[in-house]
Structures are given as C-alpha cells and as structure tokens.
Design a protein around this ligand. Structure first.
Ligand code: HEC
Length: 236
C-alpha cells in the first residue's frame, strides 16, 4: 500500500511538472494592436498643478490662485450663491478636478408638455427669482446684520421636475474647447445614420460671450449653452 501511494504521489508530481511545462511552453498571446496616435499634443497627466505648456507655470499659478480664491460678501458674494470658491466643487485630486458636490435644477411641464423654467419666491414672497432653473443652495442672510432677511431659496411644491448635476472634471477642457465645430456636427450626423435616426446628437450654435455677434457649437454646461471656457466661467 505504502508503495502504491508513493507511486501515485510520484505520478501526480510528474503530471504537475508536465502541466507546468505545458504552461511555460504555451505561446505568448499576441500583443493587442497599439492605439493609433491621432497626432497633435497629448493631454497632460500627473495632477502636478503645473501648466500643460499653453501658458507659463507662473501664469498657471496665478490662474490657480483665482480659481482657489474664497469670495466674501465684501468681494460681491451673494445674496444667493452655491459656494465661495470654484475649488469647493472642482477639487479632486487637485483644483480643477471633479467632486461629489451637486447643483440643483428644477422646473415643471407646461402646456403641450414643454419644460417651463420656475419662478421662485424668496424673502417670504417679497421677491421672486424669475425664469431660472438653478436653485442656489446658500444665501448671505439672515445674518447678524439682517436678522429678518430670510432669502434662502426653497423649491416650490409645483416644480416637480428636480435633478441634481454633479461637479465635472475641468482638467483637459481646453482640448474640448479646441474641437472644431465641424467635428461635433459630423459626430451628430454619424450617430443618426448608425442608429437609423434613434439617436441624433444635436449641435446647437450658441453666442460666444467674449466675442459679441459670433456663435459656435455649444459644448459646456447642462444644455451645452456655452462654447468657450471664458463664457462658462463668467457665468459660473
Ligand atoms: C457649487 C458647485 C460648483 C462651483 C462652486 C463651481 N462649479 Fe463649475 N460646475 C459645477 C457643476 C455641477 C457643473 C456641471 C454643470 C452641468 O452639466 O449641469 C459644472 C461645470 C463647469 C464647467 C463646464 C464643464 C463641462 O465640461 O461642461 C466649467 C468650465 C466650470 N464648471 C467652471 C467653474 C468655475 C470657473 C467656477 C468658479 C468661478 C466653478 N465652475 C464653480 C459645479 C460648480
């Protein structure tokens, strides 16, 4: 018996060795095709708070300081607002990145099922914020100076369409800004063809705030309402 089990062990061992040998001898899987280099500059990586080369590091540092700057009432903060600094929402893992912070947008459907922007009363009904889907989360009063000024925005019951929008990553958005209008229009048309008209990306032309009179295909914001980062930031 002892002999039999020893020989079994030997056989098993031999089999194992044979199997492992087979593993070793298996031809390596062919490398997958290298990605096609589209040419042009690649997006910067590393989250090192350094410039990607478009501006000097010194300019980038100044821009970063403005982005990180914490606004106070004396700087013009309020009366309604969402946060005191761009960085409060765009900061993961460095300033300019995304975060878990959301913004609230509301509205309701009117005649014909068309979306209608809300009118939101504040200050116990003394003032109405008209035609604006964004509900600000914070207000500068009531405070010690104005204890009776209750202006916090609250969603009226009738505004049944409610959605939160998450803070997006802005790192690399300069590359999105640089995309030509025709590329976005072409992608929309190609989607439509590929899905037999079921999904058709809609390219909207929107005004460029810093270039009065000029329009461009929108690409930033919840309804693609901006075509440039400067326009968007002025609005933010
Ligand atoms: C309260 C949070 C919050 C603060 C503060 C904030 N953002 Fe945003 N940001 C957002 C959210 C949420 C979005 C996504 C909007 C959407 O698609 O509905 C966004 C989107 C953007 C976009 C467009 C990104 C894209 O790819 O479409 C830019 C640019 C931007 N923010 C810049 C800024 C700047 C500059 C500041 C400071 C002046 C700022 N944000 C402050 C929450 C914030």
């Amino acid at each position: 018996m002892a002999f039999a089990s020893r020989s079994l062990r030997v056989t098993c061992l031999a089999l194992l060795v044979a199997l492992c040998g087979a593993c070793r001898q298996r031809p390596p899987t062919p490398p997958s095709k290298p990605p096609v280099d589209p040419g042009g500059p690649n997006a910067a990586t590393g989250f090192d708070n350094l410039s990607n080369g478009v501006v000097t590091d010194a300019t980038h540092r100044e821009d970063l300081a403005a982005f990180d700057d914490v606004e106070q009432i004396a700087d013009g903060l309020g009366p309604l607002y969402n946060a005191q600094s761009c960085r409060e929402c765009h900061q993961h893992p460095v300033s300019g990145g995304p975060s878990q912070v959301t913004e609230l947008r509301v509205g309701h459907n009117g005649p014909g099922g068309r979306f209608v922007n809300p009118d939101i009363p504040i200050g116990r009904g003394t003032t109405v914020v008209n035609d604006r889907t964004l509900v600000n989360d914070r207000a500068i009063c009531p405070n010690a100076q104005f204890p009776d000024s209750e202006i916090q925005e609250r969603v009226p019951d009738g505004e049944r369409i409610r959605t939160t929008r998450i803070s997006l990553n802005l790192l690399g958005d300069g590359f999105v800004e640089a995309v030509d209008d025709t590329t976005l229009e072409r992608i929309g048309r190609a989607q439509c063809r590929r899905t037999n008209g079921k999904i058709c990306g809609q390219a909207l032309r929107v005004p460029i705030v810093e270039a009065p009179g000029a329009t461009r295909v929108g690409r930033f914001g919840w309804k693609n309402q901006h075509a440039s980062l400067l326009s968007f930031s002025g609005d933010a």
